[in-house]
Design a protein around this ligand. Structure first.
Ligand code: UDP
Length: 191
């Protein structure tokens, strides 16, 4: 018996690139698809939000001279590319998957609505929510929190390269320490 009825899984774009350092590693993608299908086969309804950092991030783009809004739109398109890749990998192993987009772009994916998503999950599809919130100046972490609340998920789970919240990026700073608990106000005052 699964612990949760419905989950929102957030995968960072970077986690898809495997050892390649860029883009999508087909082996990593296949591995994720198998793990997701395994959980789905236990009867858990799954909504997924994928980032786009393996392809493009608006903020880094704007530091290189891109217009921020266009850069963020490029980032959102990157999340659509990752979502299509994951849906394809899921379908290849016999799982039903549906890509919904926060920006209209039929026939690539249907335009997102909470009710469409819930209906599809109830009917046995794994839903992939692409293009984040559809708005610039946000990230897919915000998008996944939003979608998680909207679809009434029991829990939001985040799959990323770092296993918790650290005082600094542990991949860049070897002195970074992991926080066991984090108080919202303490975090806000620190940043
Ligand atoms: N993005 C955006 N609005 C959103 C979600 C994402 O503008 O609601 C853009 C933003 O430029 C971001 C990029 O898409 O940098 C990729 O998303 P994110 O950085 O969250 O990907 P991740 O770090 O999870 O791979």
């Amino acid at each position: 018996m699964a612990r949760f009825k419905r989950i929102l899984l957030k995968l960072s774009g970077e986690s898809l690139m495997g050892k390649q350092g860029f883009g999508i590693d087909p082996e990593r993608l296949d591995d994720y698809a198998k793990q997701i299908k395994e959980v789905h086969d236990m009867g858990v309804q799954i909504g997924i939000v994928i980032g786009g950092g393996n392809i493009f991030r608006g903020l880094s783009g704007s530091q290189k001279g891109f217009d921020r809004v266009k850069g963020d739109q490029m980032g959102m398109c990157a999340t659509v590319i990752n979502s299509l890749a994951l849906s394809s990998a899921l379908e290849a192993i016999g799982a039903k998957a549906k890509v919904l987009t926060a920006i209209r772009m039929e026939p690539i994916g249907e335009y997102y609505s909470k009710w469409k998503a819930i209906e599809a999950m109830e009917a046995g599809s794994i839903c992939i929510f692409s293009a984040g919130t559809g708005c610039p100046y946000f990230t897919t972490d915000t998008g996944s929190s939003l979608r998680g609340i909207e679809i009434e998920a029991d829990v939001m789970l985040k799959g990323t390269r770092v296993d918790g919240i650290y005082t600094a990026d542990p991949e860049k700073d070897p002195t970074a320490t992991k926080s066991q608990t984090l108080l919202m106000m303490k975090y806000i005052t620190r940043v």
